[in-house]
Design a protein around this ligand. Structure first.
Ligand code: KIV
Length: 279
């Protein structure tokens, strides 16, 4: 059964839609319960991105995400949050074939996670899918520009909007996503001026990643933002912490303590009141 979106006090997709042109919308990805708990007081929207396949599961691309993976992480993020609008990505292979396939997958995601909305990649080519899911009463977030699910087809992570034809195509994609009823659209990996133009062009909020400060909101992958990414950090990422060093340092100190028997110390073991062995 599709949930009644008015039944809780979370930020809803419709609230996000109304934020067009206002205070920038703060979005981050989240994949786990503890991270959702930490982020929830600070953000408007948590995206359970299919980047989870790369970030947490070590796949080379987001094509490693499955519907079951997205649902399991969506459930964890819903358990860990009470305020944010939670959006779950539709993984590659779950929606492109037909509107009926897209509706079935979107229904499953919403029914099994209770999330507020789903996100899918594509513009003009996915218009029918967006329309069909919206007609089911499930809010949809679009995703245009660089589409990670298409990187193999595109021959890599290529910035969009460098040619006149490509800018025209992006404008058509943004129009299609808006016309079919999406409440917001992610614009990824696009020339700054083009992202600003797209933002002025549509009446729904644009959420930028590698796009422009003129977008209506911003999103980053949480592991990139906190300095946990162990491979290449993309140019558009600003690292607000260095958890790589924090974790490596903690692991090195723990290893030294175990090897020298400094851990566990008196505070970390259970003793009888007398301190004598009463077993
Ligand atoms: O999967 C993801 O993390 C995303 C964001 C990069 C927008 O789609």
């Amino acid at each position: 059964m599709i949930r009644d979106p008015s039944a809780d006090s979370r930020i809803k997709a419709e609230d996000i839609r109304r934020r067009k042109g206002g205070v920038p919308i703060v979005c981050l990805t989240a994949y786990t319960y503890p991270v959702a708990r930490l982020l929830d007081p600070h953000v408007d929207l948590l995206l359970v991105g299919d980047s989870v396949a790369m970030v947490l599961h070590g796949h080379a691309t987001t094509l490693g995400a499955s519907l079951e993976m997205m649902i399991a992480h969506g459930q964890a993020v819903m358990r860990g949050s009470a305020n944010a609008c939670v959006v779950v990505d539709m993984p590659a292979g779950s929606y492109e074939t037909s509107p009926a396939q897209a509706v079935a997958a979107a229904r499953r995601i919403v029914e099994e996670t209770d999330c507020q909305a789903v996100k899918l990649e594509g513009g003009v080519d996915m218009a029918a899918q967006i329309a069909a899911i919206v007609a089911e009463g499930i809010p949809v977030m679009g995703h245009i520009g660089l589409q990670p699910q298409s990187v193999e087809k595109d021959g890599g992570y290529k910035i969009k909007g460098r040619t006149r034809d490509n800018i025209a195509a992006l404008l058509r994609d943004a129009e299609a996503v808006e016309k079919e009823g999406a409440f917001a659209v992610v614009i990824e990996g696009t020339m700054e001026a083009v992202a600003a133009k797209l933002t002025r062009h549509v009446s729904i909020p644009t959420i930028g990643i590698g796009a422009s400060a003129d977008c209506d909101g911003q999103i980053l992958v949480i592991d990139d933002m906190v300095g946990m990414t162990v491979d290449r950090v993309p140019k558009f990422v600003k690292e607000y912490a260095d958890l790589r060093s924090v974790i490596a340092d903690a692991a090195a100190r723990y290893a030294a303590d175990v090897r020298s028997r400094a851990f566990p110390g008196p505070d970390h073991v259970f003793t009888t009141a007398s301190g004598k062995d009463e077993t």
